[in-house]
Ligand binder design. Sequence first.
Ligand SMILES: [Fe+2]
Length: 395
Amino acid sequence: MKSDNQQKLRADRVWLTEDACDLNDFRALAEKTTVLADYPTASAVEKNVLIYDSHEVIEAASTPEGRRAVLAEICEAFGIGPGVVVFKHAYEDTDIIDRASAIFDGIIEEQHRTSTGGGDHFAKPGANDRIWNSLEKHCLADPENFARYYGNVIVALASEAWLGPHYQMTAQVNRVNPGGAAQSAHRDYHLGFQSSKVIEQFPAHVHRLSPVLTLQGAVAHCDMPLESGPTLFLPHSQTYEPGYLALKRQEFKDYFDQNHIQLPLEKGDVVFFNPALFHAAGTNRSKDIKRVANLLQVSSAFGRAMETVNRERMSTTLFPALKALKDKLSAGEIANAIASCAEGYSFPTNLDRDPPLGGLAPKTQAQLMHEALGENWSDDTFAKALAEQAARKLS
Ligand SMILES: [Fe+2]
């Protein structure tokens, strides 16, 4: 009898189910107050969300010990804290944002003109415009603006705080037109994009793993007053382990509808949040605001990103721009731009043709780019080396 009971307890521990989700358990975890004193670099708590002044964050992270402390603080804010952080004025120079917006507008017009561009898994056709893989399209259209945009210190800092180095940047533009309806509450990729039937097949540790494989971000490309429908969040909801299944249940959806918060954003602000946080895009009730956000989905070096990105083509395009910007961007900004463009991890590869030299891991695309930039290679030499490296990785 005793061992039967143990078996059942173990199975219940390992196999989370939609039926076992309990709103009271959830409320005991999620109904927490974010305490400003726990986050010494933050400047405020608004509606339970941590607000950081980007300038102060950069200042605090300017020494090695300071950086270590800031990364740790942001890491815990995403993990055991509210799960969502606003970085005010992450882009001090909003001309960078405006130029990127013009590029995105051009891409959207082209999609309309040629009836291309995919649908949206959350919205009715026409309610919004999407640019899938805006990362690569942005880089190919204007590598100089891409370098300035993804050279951003806050984007790199938040990504590294949650995922460590060598992360894989991906991005998608969402332009929600007036009248565009709210999304339903959800968690994000990976498990957030699966049905209960599939989610229930993964043991509990994978439910805990999924949130550390990505980080969600949004760069505000315009001012977003509440009427324009900035994202709805439920702070602290990422801490409920069976949350991927809970959101399929009506009482959790109702709870989200009654308790979510929403914060207005200004152009150049950036929000980052744990992909397991309950959230949904809001309804755009404004008369004339096209709410434009570039949604960043940053993947761990060890995970699979949602989108295919041709990082070789991007790197070839970005390289001449980075050479030209060497005196205009800091070494850190250039490294951030490379991190958002080139592949930062050695694997998968073909170990017959691409053996590790002087270590356990073969040279990465990002390392090659740093080397080429440091030694001022010609564009052709770099393009050839990139292509050869990519070929070596094929089976
Ligand atoms: Fe989402």
